[in-house]
Design a protein around this ligand. Structure first.
Ligand code: GDP
Length: 462
């Protein structure tokens, strides 16, 4: 991650794919010069068009056309300029708004870079906003939360955090602990003079309140962390065993094409579903992990499907209970020692399972048609994800980093309380540890490593 703020960065800031309007965003000293050189416009441009509305300085806007490279035509473009430090990054910034076609946007980005900007790295705009003091670390993470938000609740919580939802209680807590530390240290300075700045009972009570504060913040963080972890569940098995039907049954609506013809689901169908408390992405590989790969497109699809299975938190290996086992299925059964794979029998409404067919002990018998076994499958999925995903170290990320710091802060406060009756020095030392940990969370104490980890998770253009 570079912290060089002197060059001008540029990126497509709108989501991938087509849209009515696309945006190429720039930030850095040369933004205005580059943007003005690229846009031909009859409108006279002057900074005095910027408006002040309830304290927010709006950008200056100018309409014109931009000439794109190669055989692409001139296209209508609106330029927004933030010449002052009212921009997100507190640097001169510009946005080119044009029709949201991916090739047009890429061509526009290309000429912007030819004119002197360089491609932004993921999260670099937000990194600049952070380094300019526009956001603290938790707010920067909240930007990420807003981008990642999957539902109304997550969005509300990320927006709340962006508006200071976590930053404010955290800094209030730090202030409170700093006051407490000041009183303790004053007491230590006057230890021979028998002046008491804070009684043991007050100290104990304030430490208990601080612990409660840390726990509240940890709870808020926890709900965000849990919501943010989307588990990947991959359905594999031969074509026509009922994977698409199972996907629909688990996700609740009809999304995949269901057909009697083997191999109908041509592409991966992915659906989001909430299973227990867990947000899941269910991926139907359409039997490609089990296909022979006769031609090279099929082979490539098969290797993609295997990759999906390899990246999965959990694989549901689906066998049709109404059919005899194929050679491929027998082979899978004999290799089934992976805890991240669940064997699921489908179409159990058609037949009773025969004990000689399978290791019945571990079998989950389901029917997408009647709904039999689906609740049990959901519960097993939830349990399985719980044990595989909550293992420490598996899920890396900023929410984990914050949770760990909050845990260490709570532990330090606990030790401080245990020392109230014995030593003010030890209490002060533990409060300092708690402050350091809380400081880590708000970004008051940060390192390149932490910044790197936070900002590289952003998408480019944010
Ligand atoms: P996929 O190729 O593995 O995705 O299989 P599909 O979900 O497309 O299902 C293949 C066929 O099996 C369709 O005709 C479905 O209606 C049928 N099917 C799927 N699940 C069940 C089930 O639980 N019971 C019965 N009786 N038929 C099912």
């Amino acid at each position: 991650m570079t912290f060089d703020l002197e060059d001008t960065i540029a990126a497509i800031a709108t989501a991938p794919g087509g849209g009515l309007r696309g945006i190429v965003r720039m930030s850095g000293p040369k933004s205005l010069e580059i943007a003005a050189a690229l846009l031909s416009s009859d409108e006279s441009f002057s900074g005095d068009k910027s408006t002040c509305v309830t304290g927010f300085r709006l950008p200056t806007c100018r309409r014109g056309t931009m000439r794109l490279p190669r055989d692409l035509e001139s296209i209508p473009t609106t330029l927004y300029l933030w010449p002052t430090d009212s921009s997100y990054t507190r640097q001169p910034s510009a946005e080119l708004h044009l029709p949201g076609s991916p090739p047009l946007l890429e061509a526009a980005l290309e000429i912007v870079c030819q004119a002197g900007a360089r491609l932004a790295r993921p999260g670099e705009f937000t990194l600049r906003a952070f380094l300019a003091g526009r956001l603290d670390l938790t707010q920067a993470e909240a930007v990420l939360g807003v981008i990642d938000a999957q539902g109304r609740q997550q969005l509300d919580s990320a927006l709340g955090q962006l508006a200071g939802g976590l930053a404010r209680p955290l800094s209030a807590l730090r202030e409170q602990l700093l006051d407490l530390l000041a009183q303790l240290e004053a007491g230590l300075d006057f230890v021979d003079e028998d002046i008491e700045f804070i009684t043991a009972a007050e100290l104990n009570q304030q430490l208990a309140a601080a612990m409660e504060g840390v726990e509240n913040i940890a709870r808020q963080m926890q709900s965000r962390g849990e919501a943010g972890q989307v588990a990947r569940i991959v359905l594999t098995g031969l074509p026509n065993v009922g994977k698409s039907s199972l996907l629909n049954a688990l996700a609740g609506e009809s999304a995949a094409i269901v057909s009697d013809v083997a191999g109908t689901t041509r592409d991966f169908v992915t659906r989001r579903a909430t299973i227990g408390r867990r947000e899941c992405l269910i991926i139907d590989t359409a039997g490609r992990t089990a296909l022979s790969g006769e031609n090279h497109i099929e082979a490539a699809a098969q290797s993609l499907a295997s990759q999906q299975a390899a990246d999965a938190d959990l694989t549901l290996l689906c066998f049709d209970a109404s059919q005899p086992l194929s050679a491929w299925e027998r082979e899978q059964l004999s290799n089934l020692n992976n805890s991240a794979t669940l064997l699921v029998w489908t179409k159990c409404d058609l037949t009773a399972l025969r004990n000689d067919d399978h290791s019945a002990a571990a079998a989950l018998c389901t029917s997408s048609r009647t709904g039999v076994g689906l609740d049990q499958l959901r519960q097993t999925i939830e349990r399985q994800l719980e044990s595989s995903i909550s293992e420490p170290g598996i899920v890396a990320g900023t929410a984990d980093r914050c949770r760990e710091s909050l845990r260490l802060a709570a532990e330090a406060l606990q030790r401080a309380r245990a020392n109230v009756a014995t030593s003010d020095e030890l209490v002060a030392a533990e409060i300092r540890i708690a402050l350091d940990e809380l400081g880590r969370v708000v970004g008051a104490v940060y390192t390149e490593d932490i910044l790197d980890r936070v900002f590289t998770r952003f998408c480019i253009g944010k």
